[in-house]
Design a protein around this ligand. Structure first.
Ligand code: ADP
Ligand code: MG
Length: 447
């Protein structure tokens, strides 16, 4: 869906530019650009030559930033591909596929995104635990939980938290050498050095020249047997010297297809779960992101957006970017009508199976072996209270309705629902059995 969103915003950018430059300039510079691929993270553009790329970047930097996704350096995330020469567009000089990344001498350090900091990470019940654990280890690297293992779904802020740790340590412990890498970069680094027969250099680098290792997306180590062992050795060397390791993943350690040894190592320290933020937190994030872009979103509208986009913060940001682009550049006032139109287009591409509270109650009743009538009733025994809270948690997570209206299904107030959700989120951080049960309920609902 977001792929289409980026495509749409590219079209909006082109429409915007068209009205602001001469027809000749438009025909020479902008018309020949083709979109090859678009995703929420970047757009791939085919240009006839490098001059078109330069023209675009030099003249429309600000607008590109507003309309398109941004890379970790805050630049528009565009990959340029130079088209093969044709009669119409002879190639001035052969150009490589652009987007060179600065290479560091020592390993593929990720440049920290300047906006991924603790003070820009909005806190709520779903992420409080992770944030305070992250702040704890950033204040005393290597001296508290080691490793810190953060897991959670896509777009919920794992990379943001990981890089916040990096910033905090660099600023407060300037002597420590921090390396932030993606798991893919770690693997590529080893592959490159194997090829150059300098693998001992890279091993030495990771083991002797790094005090804090921040590893993003460890799930990419699955099915990479040789690298898994290499990573495990590096990991043990660092931990034995009290060097801090932080790992992020889309699943908890036990659900990763990795060796028992590796899983056990990752469970050595603290395993923390990053949940889906509740409505109020989503509203706060949304308003914060809009303010960064110079737009104030009134409460009522912010609630409307956050009620419709609920499972992924990146998606929420996409909506904000889109609204900001429309309102600031096209000089529109933000109204419910505009929001509804934008969102309708955004959500239009991802028709979601509509899930009902009844379906959730039935599945919860099956998995937890209780009766639906008990879940709806008022009995407060422990056997019923937990599954009932799970049903409320899932209703909030899976159904696009306001807290108030969901509350009425359960005959409870919205604060009871929030409390239930908070309690389940908290337990999910440490209760593996509950996590499995909830995942079984979800599978049952979708079956
Ligand atoms: P993940 O790595 O889990 O897929 P990211 O860390 O890339 O997710 O987060 C996606 C986007 O959502 C980022 O732009 C990030 O800044 C934003 N985000 C996620 N959670 C929060 C939060 N609690 N406060 C502010 N921004 C957030
Ligand atoms: Mg990430």
């Amino acid at each position: 869906m977001l792929a289409c969103d980026t495509c749409d915003t590219w079209t909006q950018f082109i429409d915007y530019v068209k009205t602001r430059c001469t027809a000749t300039a438009f025909g020479n510079w902008l018309k020949p650009i083709r979109v090859l691929k678009a995703s929420a993270e970047e757009i791939v553009l085919e240009v006839p030559n490098v001059f078109v790329k330069e023209y675009l970047l030099t003249n429309y930097q600000k607008e590109l930033c507003t309309f398109l996704p941004l890379d970790p350096n805050g630049e528009p995330a565009i990959q340029f591909v130079i088209a093969a020469p044709t009669k119409d567009h002879p190639q001035p000089a052969p150009q490589p596929i652009v987007k060179e990344l600065p290479q560091k001498k020592n390993g593929p350090t990720v440049k920290l995104n300047p906006s991924y900091r603790f003070d820009t990470f909005i806190e709520g019940p779903s992420n409080q635990f992770v944030k305070s654990a992250a702040l704890g280890i950033a204040s005393r690297p290597g001296l508290s939980y080691n490793p810190l293992f953060i897991h959670g779904g896509v777009g919920l802020g794992k990379t943001h938290i990981l890089q916040s740790i990096g910033h905090h340590i660099l600023e407060n412990h300037s002597k420590l050498r921090v390396q932030c890498i993606t798991t893919e970069a770690f693997i590529n680094d080893f592959v490159d050095n194997l090829r150059n027969k300098s693998v001992h250099n890279i091993k030495r680098h990771y083991r002797d020249e790094v005090d804090v290792l921040l590893v993003d997306d460890i799930q990419f180590l699955q099915n990479r047997l040789n690298f898994e062992e290499e990573f495990c050795n590096t990991f043990e060397t660092l931990i034995n010297q009290n060097r801090q390791i932080v790992i992020t993943s889309d699943k908890p350690p036990s659900q990763l297809k990795l060796s028992e040894r590796m899983i056990a190592r990752m469970e050595w320290g603290l395993v923390a779960h990053l949940g889906v933020p509740e409505l109020e937190t989503r509203v706060a994030i949304l308003q914060h992101k809009a303010q960064l872009r110079g737009l104030n979103i009134p409460n009522k509208i912010a609630f409307y957006i956050a009620e419709h986009i609920y499972s992924n913060i990146r998606q929420l940001e996409g909506a904000v970017n889109r609204l900001c682009a429309q309102c600031l550049l096209l000089d529109l006032n933000i109204t419910e009508e505009i929001v509804e139109k934008s969102l309708r287009e955004m959500l239009h591409h991802a028709p979601q199976k509509k899930i009902s509270v009844e379906q959730i109650l039935k599945s919860v009743a099956t998995i937890f072996q209780v009766r639906v009538s008990d879940l709806k009733g008022s009995g407060r025994t422990k056997d019923i209270a937990l599954p009932r809270q799970v049903a409320m948690y899932l209703a909030l997570k899976l159904i696009k309705e306001s807290l108030q209206s969901l509350g009425t299904y359960f005959g409870r107030t919205h604060s009871t629902l929030l409390h239930a959700c908070k309690n389940i989120e908290k337990r999910l951080g440490s209760d593996e059995v509950l996590r499995r049960q909830i995942s079984m309920v979800e599978q049952n609902i979708n079956a």
